[in-house]
Design a protein around this ligand. Structure first.
Ligand SMILES: NC(=O)c1ccc[n+]([C@@H]2O[C@H](COP(=O)([O-])OP(=O)(O)OC[C@H]3O[C@@H](n4cnc5c(N)ncnc54)[C@H](OP(=O)(O)O)[C@@H]3O)[C@@H](O)[C@H]2O)c1
Length: 379
């Protein structure tokens, strides 16, 4: 294609193209851990009109890197182009060549990034090497959106734990289920569909043994054709009481199931679950069950960067009270459960989230009969 690849430095054009790169990166969110889900566009300009020459996104399991995939898709046309990528390219070689070297060798003219690499060992190095090679570098383009996309990777580096999102479906009277121990669907079909996307975009999803026993969930992705995108399923279960005949254990051969338990859990229980294909992970105990901070550290060490928490009341309260929630998604349903219900947060009210200065409301949408409200940590 005859493109005159003059590097555009129009901030509005840069923003628009970075928005496309961010959407591209998001496609593999939940599949690239422990690496971030980066999106890269390689663009030429014909009289200031952008022509996308190639696209790339981080591969499943983190390889190839998005820049390498985009360069491979572009070929020789990359010479003189502008590259839009959602994170600073890495100077570390992966499979023999680093992103930075590959960009230099391809002869690109300009690199626009959304943010620096948050890894203290790498921060700024990729940008510096590109500049040293005579490539023009602009950074910080749509930085807030990029920090959202890469929140899991950032959280592991900054806090040593995954980015944690709590999802709760709440009735009009502030309940998430019935005390009697029977399963109850609080929210409707549209909320369930949104939950499927949340599962796809998470590396792992977690519940407490209380929810496992009452609901017997499978926690897999139920969208036809996308079951392989199911997150790792995790249960907090101090005594390793999870039943080998539960849906979770029965599906362990297809979708990984990790049981976080205490080192004092009965050996017979642990062995029974191990034999059924469950990864049994002992940690210390804390108030209310297993030491939840140690559990999150362990998950990060095992490569989990984005954790979805699907309740129930006690696990949600434990995370909230220790300041371990980064995002909360509430599905408000019009149903009334009545006084025999399970309150959304054990020992506390939902207003601990809704009115807390620690959270700000960032999204609201109607999903069928339900209303979805999403909060993000504000401090
Ligand atoms: N509407 C919704 O969105 C939704 C979502 C999920 C659940 N639910 C409902 O919630 C109810 C279950 O709530 P729940 O509070 O009993 O269950 P839960 O929070 O899922 O599980 C609580 C149990 O997890 C174990 N655990 C281990 N470590 C823990 C820790 N650090 N902090 C807290 N718990 C820890 C404890 O048992 P051990 O001490 O034995 O380990 C604890 O009793 C059910 O009715 C279910 O249907 C509703």
């Amino acid at each position: 294609m005859a493109t005159e690849r003059t590097a555009s430095a129009d901030p509005e054009m840069d923003r628009r193209l970075m928005a496309v790169a961010l959407r591209l990166g998001r496609r593999n969110l939940g599949s690239t851990a422990p690496a971030p889900a980066v999106g890269t566009l390689i663009v030429g300009f014909e009289a200031d009109v952008p022509v996308i020459l190639g696209r790339g996104l981080t591969g499943v399991g983190g390889s190839p890197h998005a820049e390498i995939a985009a360069l491979a898709a572009t070929g020789a046309e990359a010479r003189g182009s502008t590259v839009y990528t959602t994170m600073e390219p890495s100077p570390d070689p992966v499979d023999g060549v680093s992103d930075v070297e590959a960009l230099i060798q391809a002869g690109v003219a300009r690199v626009v990034t959304a943010m620096e690499n948050p890894n203290p060992r790498l921060v700024g190095r990729g940008h510096a090497q590109l500049r040293d090679a005579g490539i023009s570098v602009t950074t910080g383009m749509l930085a807030d959106e990029a920090r959202r996309l890469h929140a899991g990777y950032i959280s592991v580096l900054a806090a040593g734990r995954p980015h944690v999102t709590l999802k709760l479906a709440v009735s009009a009277d502030g309940m998430i289920g019935r005390v009697a121990g029977e399963r109850m669907l609080v929210s409707g079909r549209e909320a369930f569909a949104r939950l499927q996307t949340m599962r796809i975009e998470a590396d792992a999803t977690l519940i407490g043994i209380g929810t496992a026993q009452v609901d017997d969930p499978s926690l897999t992705v139920r969208v036809p054709g996308l079951r392989a995108h199911s997150p790792i399923r995790i249960v907090l279960d101090t005594q390793a009481r999870l039943s080998p005949s539960s849906s979770l254990v029965k599906g362990a051969a297809d979708t990984p199931l990790w049981l976080v338990t205490s080192s004092e859990a009965p050996i017979a229980n642990r062995e029974r679950l191990l034999a059924a294909g469950v990864d049994v992970l002992p940690v210390g105990t804390g108030s209310g069950g297993v030491d939840i901070e140690a559990a999150l550290r362990l998950l990060a060490e095992r490569g989990v960067t984005r954790l979805l928490v699907e309740g129930g009341a006690k696990v949600s309260a434990s995370l909230l009270h220790r300041g371990l929630l980064d995002e909360v998604v509430l599905f408000h349903a019009p149903v009334v459960v009545g006084p025999d219900g399970v309150r959304a947060l054990a020992g506390g009210a939902l207003s601990a989230i809704e009115r807390s200065p620690r959270f700000r409301r960032v999204e609201e949408a109607r999903l069928g009969e339900d209303r979805m409200v999403r909060y993000e940590r504000s401090v």
